[in-house]
Design a protein around this ligand. Sequence first.
Ligand code: SAM
Length: 294
Amino acid sequence: MDAQKVAGSSGAWFSEVSAVCPGQSFSLEIEKVLYHKRSLYQDVLVFQSKTYGRVLALDGMIQVTERDEFAYQEMLAHLPMFSHPSPHKVLIVGGGDGGILREVLKHEAVETVVQCEIDADVVSVSKEWLPFLSSSFQHPKLHLHIGDGFEFLKNHPAEFDVIITDSSDPIGPAESLFGEGYFQLLAQALRPHGLVALQGESVWLHLELIKSMTASCRKWFPVVEYAWSSVPSYPSGQIGYILCSSNHDTHFRRPLRHIEAPQLATWNLRYYDADVHAAAFVLPKFASENLSSS
Ligand code: SAM
């Protein structure tokens, strides 16, 4: 397909123009459009960029790029996974590119991963065009369910040790995953001492949304924290992670487990380590003043 026809692009450049980041736009130069179709739920685009490798965009918003995806996947997966003493059963909501699944399966304690992704096309497109992310979809521990995460949770009380919501932004199919009703369902779907991690948007752009999300989470979880990391291809170059625990004694800043030395080489981590884990919870003043627990 001609790059000129790609939604949200001009010439051979892809530009994010969205109400999620009003008045600004991140652009990448397109080398080749590899896939572009509308699924049942959203516009799905994969292109080869000049400088960020392969890129997946949904409804005109970048979800992952080959160059920096590891920062987001490692942080959203390992911040909660290393904070739980024995994460046997894990639920991933969204995450259709497969990156969070890839990271979760590195933990030996994991016996079962259930993944609930609303859009089968994102999974199949990732299998075809994004093999560096989707390599784990054949894993025997995975039970993949195609459906809405909000509806799925209603029927799975007290089942999971860790639930990771790897959602797109709160416009479109993911809107229901940002409200208090969803946080209540998450709390109810956890086993005792269970943990939750949510995609937490950007403190530079979405502080009011993050404030309201963390306040709503505090109604259902005794421990709620916000961490952040750098991801250059996300709006403002930064993204956050909301961590919630049903256990009063959880200290997210101090991971309960560490990667044992012999495993380090095979894990192939490029962003996460124990120091990065602890540092991710140190927020700049304008954010910490707004997000500290009340
Ligand atoms: N890392 C990305 C980001 O923050 O930009 C998110 C990546 S992942 C591709 C997001 C996935 O959430 C998409 O595949 C989308 O189809 C899925 N999704 C959106 N709404 C959903 C819902 N209600 N239930 C389950 N999955 C949903």
